[in-house]
Write a protein of this length. Structure first.
Length: 385
C-alpha cells in the first residue's frame, strides 16, 4: 500500500514540474525589439523598430560570432505614437516584446517639443525599462538603426548598444540613459546633453568599401522639454570641462604662436569645475575654477619644465571654455547649464534674471576663469609633487 502511495506522489510531483514548460517558446519564435527610433513628419509620428536575428546567436558554441547578424527594421505611422506602434504589429507575424530595448534614437523633429508626449506613450506600456541608452540624430533613422560592425562581430556590441566602453577610452560626447533624460524633463531649467549619433564612416575600410559605423558627433542641448540646438566639433570643447559628469580621458592639443602642429599633447582626465554666480550690473557673471589632471603623450621641440607645460595647457583650456560659451550663447544655447545652476543654487538671481524670459542666457556672461592643470607623468616618468 505504501508503495502505491509513494509512486502516486512521485507521479503527481512530475506532472506539477512539467507544467512550467508547456507554454514555453523558443527565442526564434518571438520578436525581441532591440532598438527604437521615433520621428515626426507631416503631423504624423513614425515609429521604427529594430529586430536582430537571435536564432544564430542562440546556436553559438563559442563566445563570439564572426557571422554578421541580420537586422530587420519595422516602420509604423499614425497621428499618435500609440497608433504608429500598433501599426508595427500588423505584419509582425509573431509576438513582439519591448523588454529587451537597449537603445532609443530620436529624430531632430521629435526633439522639437514632442519629448513629453513620446515618453508618456512609451512608458505607459510597462514593458520598456528606464535603462536604454538614448540618442538624437539628424540622419534618417533607418540608416542609424541598421549599421555594420567591425570584423562581423555581433551587432549587439556596437557603440549604439555599448557606448560606455568606448567613452572610457575616448571621452568625446558623454552617453546618457533614458532615466537621465526623464529626470531633466521633469526638473525646471534643467539642462541635458543628449548625444547625437551618425553612421557616416570615413575611418575604417573593408577593401574599397566603407561600411556604415555608428559614432557620436555632438550633442543636443535639451532644456524645459525643448531642443535648444545641436553642438558639435570644436564648439563642444569647453563643455567637456564645465558640464560633463565624468571625463575618463581626452586629448588636449596645445598650440603656440598660431602653428598648425601642436607643440604639446596631453591626455586629460577627471576635470572638475566649481561655478559661482554673482550680480554684475544688469547681468549675472559666472566665475569658474577648473582643475584637471594630465599625462604627456607627445612633446614637440625642446623639453620644457612641467610648470611651463602646465601654464600653456591652462591658457589653452581657458581659451576653449570662453570660445565655447560665446559661440553657443550667440545661438541661445546654454550648454554649460548656467540657468540650471542659478535655479538650484541662487533662486533669487534666477527669479530676477531668468524666470519668464524668452532668452534667459542673454543676460548671462563669463567672469573670471581660473584653470589648474597638474601633469602627473610623461610616459613612464612620474613627476614629483
Amino acid at each position: 500500500m505504501n508503495r502505491w502511495i509513494f509512486l502516486g506522489g512521485l507521479l503527481i510531483s512530475c506532472l506539477v514540474l512539467m507544467t512550467g514548460c508547456w507554454d514555453s517558446k523558443e527565442v526564434q519564435s518571438i520578436n525581441f525589439i532591440t532598438g527604437i527610433g521615433i520621428d515626426y513628419e507631416d503631423n504624423k509620428y513614425i515609429a521604427y523598430a529594430q529586430l536582430i536575428d537571435f536564432s544564430s546567436i542562440a546556436k553559438q558554441e563559442g563566445p563570439t560570432s564572426r557571422q554578421a547578424s541580420d537586422i530587420w527594421i519595422g516602420r509604423g505611422e499614425g497621428t499618435t505614437l500609440s497608433m504608429a506602434i500598433s501599426d508595427l504589429y500588423q505584419t509582425s507575424q509573431q509576438q513582439t516584446l519591448w523588454t529587451h530595448v537597449k537603445a532609443i534614437v530620436l529624430s531632430k523633429n521629435a526633439l522639437n517639443g514632442r519629448l513629453k508626449d513620446i515618453f508618456n506613450t512609451l512608458l505607459h506600456s510597462g514593458e520598456l525599462r528606464y535603462t536604454p541608452w538614448i540618442y538624437g540624430t539628424e540622419q534618417d533613422i533607418p540608416d542609424v538603426l541598421a549599421p555594420s560592425a567591425l570584423l562581423n562581430q555581433s551587432t549587439q556590441t556596437i557603440e549604439l548598444f555599448e557606448p560606455i566602453k568606448l567613452y572610457k577610452q575616448h571621452s568625446a560626447f558623454e552617453p546618457i540613459r533614458l532615466h537621465q533624460l526623464l529626470d531633466g524633463l521633469r526638473e525646471p531649467s534643467s539642462v541635458v546633453l543628449l548625444p547625437s549619433i551618425t553612421n557616416r564612416n570615413q575611418t575604417w575600410f573593408n577593401g574599397k568599401e566603407t561600411p556604415p559605423l555608428i559614432q557620436t558627433d555632438g550633442f543636443f542641448v535639451i532644456s524645459n522639454g525643448a531642443n535648444q540646438g545641436k553642438v558639435a566639433g570644436e564648439d563642444a570643447d569647453g563643455t567637456r570641462f564645465v558640464n560633463y559628469d565624468h571625463v575618463y580621458q581626452y586629448p588636449l592639443y596645445v598650440y603656440k604662436n598660431g602653428g598648425k602642429t601642436p607643440d604639446l599633447t596631453l591626455r586629460l582626465h577627471d576635470p572638475h569645475t566649481k561655478i559661482s554666480a554673482r550680480k554684475d550690473g544688469g547681468e549675472v557673471a559666472f566665475d569658474l575654477v577648473t582643475s584637471v589632471k594630465g599625462i604627456i603623450i607627445e612633446e614637440q621641440g625642446s623639453h620644457q619644465p612641467p610648470q611651463t607645460m602646465e601654464e600653456a595647457a591652462e591658457k589653452q583650456i581657458e581659451s576653449e571654455i570662453r570660445k565655447t560659451f560665446e559661440k553657443n550663447k550667440s545661438r541661445q544655447i546654454d550648454s554649460y547649464g548656467f540657468v540650471e545652476h542659478l535655479y538650484r543654487h541662487d533662486h533669487t538671481l534666477w527669479k530676477e534674471h531668468v524666470q519668464n524670459r524668452a532668452d534667459p542666457i542673454k543676460g548671462l556672461k563669463l567672469g573670471t576663469v581660473k584653470v589648474h592643470v597638474k601633469i602627473l607623468n610623461a610616459s613612464t616618468y612620474k613627476y614629483t609633487e
